[in-house]
Design a protein around this ligand. Structure first.
Ligand SMILES: NC(=O)c1ccc[n+]([C@@H]2O[C@H](COP(=O)([O-])OP(=O)(O)OC[C@H]3O[C@@H](n4cnc5c(N)ncnc54)[C@H](OP(=O)(O)O)[C@@H]3O)[C@@H](O)[C@H]2O)c1
Length: 319
């Protein structure tokens, strides 16, 4: 059971942070919230969230959570001139970061927090905003085990599928990179087999229904199916972020002498998508859409013209 007397801090009200913090509030926790764009946090005040104006208002909190875009942004919110640790000697005893950042950035942040006697837990998550709402988010954590055991019941409130403790230091970052490498490989393969069956005459919704009901189906293949059937490119994750994670995975593999030929092929196919995007009227707008747009590049490469099937497709995330 989570201890609801702990004072929790939350930084980041993006696609992920908002519904994660909302779950803590709904479970009765005392959560103080800061977001760079304050207006995005304000709806949570109605659910008991205490919206703070300054990051330094979170310096004396018991457990501080963060989920922002990049390692650079995380550094800024912790150590920047207006950051949590600016202007006082106070620091939260436990800081838990759920952003997806590199191993080196995470290690640097850990070193700096240790100087302030703060235990740092790397705690990236698996899922998207819809997965959080469906109560199916999971997480992986690394850092000092005692700090993890204190924070674990809180993490489980927004990651009820479970949080796996994998050891000291930045091992959770490595696991998240490996997870996203699989995301890159699976989306590529899911697209190519969907196009193959489609080109031979099978409607995409029918093929994906078979796949999702069978042993190869997964939470991911099911919740991505509506996008591939109806060409709905509402952003959950961008091709740019996926390419960054594939590169991080390949970099680690090179360092460790682990061959990852399938990952390298998936990375190069994704690279073609950037070339295709540059031919669009507004390449950046196109690249800001969901990474499943890779299907359009693969369709061109397959000599296919795609049209939406306009079919309702179960995602497995329905309440
Ligand atoms: N989306 C997914 O499916 C998914 C899944 C798993 C993990 N992740 C990871 O989770 C993290 C957040 O993803 P998201 O989809 O929630 O991103 P998002 O919707 O773009 O939100 C980013 C958040 O970071 C804040 N931020 C960015 N730069 C900042 C800065 N310099 N100073 C202060 N705050 C800053 C933003 O503040 P503003 O509101 O002011 O812009 C916003 O709260 C990323 O590391 C991502 O890789 C995402």
């Amino acid at each position: 059971m989570a201890n609801t007397t702990q004072r929790i801090g939350w930084i980041g009200m993006g696609r992920m942070g908002y519904p994660m913090a909302e779950r803590l509030l709904k479970a009765g926790h005392d959560v103080s919230i800061w977001n760079r764009t304050r207006s995005k946090a304000e709806p949570l005040a109605k659910q008991g969230g205490k919206i703070v104006d300054r990051l330094s208002d979170l310096a004396d909190i018991d457990v501080l959570f963060s989920i922002v875009a990049t390692g650079k942004d995380l550094h800024e919110v912790y150590f920047g001139p207006s950051g949590v640790l600016a202007g006082s000697n106070k620091a939260p005893p436990i800081v838990v970061d759920c952003s997806s950042i590199s191993v080196d950035e995470s290690a640097d942040i850990r070193r700096r927090l240790a100087e302030r006697k703060s235990d740092f837990l790397a705690c990236p998550v698996s899922g998207n905003a819809k997965v959080i709402k469906a109560g199916k988010l999971s997480a992986v954590a690394s850092g000092a085990e005692a700090a993890f055991r204190t924070a674990e019941p809180l993490i489980k409130v927004f990651a009820p599928r479970g949080v796996s403790y994998v050891g000291e230091g930045e091992l959770a970052r490595v696991c998240k990179i490996a997870h996203n490498v699989m995301l890159g490989v699976v989306i590529q393969n899911l697209i190519e087999i969907t196009l193959l069956t489609n080109k031979m005459g099978v409607p995409r919704h029918a093929f994906l229904a078979f796949l999702n009901n069978g042993v190869m189906g997964s939470m991911f293949t099911a919740y991505k199916s509506p996008a591939l059937v109806n060409l709905d490119w509402t952003t959950t994750f961008t091709p740019e972020l996926l390419r960054k994670d594939l590169d991080l995975g390949i970099e680690l593999a090179n360092e460790m002498d682990v061959p990852m030929p399938v990952t390298v092929a998936a990375r190069e196919i994704l690279q073609m998508h950037f070339g295709m995007a540059s031919l669009k009227p507004d390449p950046q707008k196109y690249l800001d859409m969901d990474f499943a747009t890779l299907m359009e590049t693969m369709a061109i490469a397959s000599g296919m013209k795609l049209e939406s099937e306009n079919k309702p497709v179960p995602t497995g995330l329905e309440n």
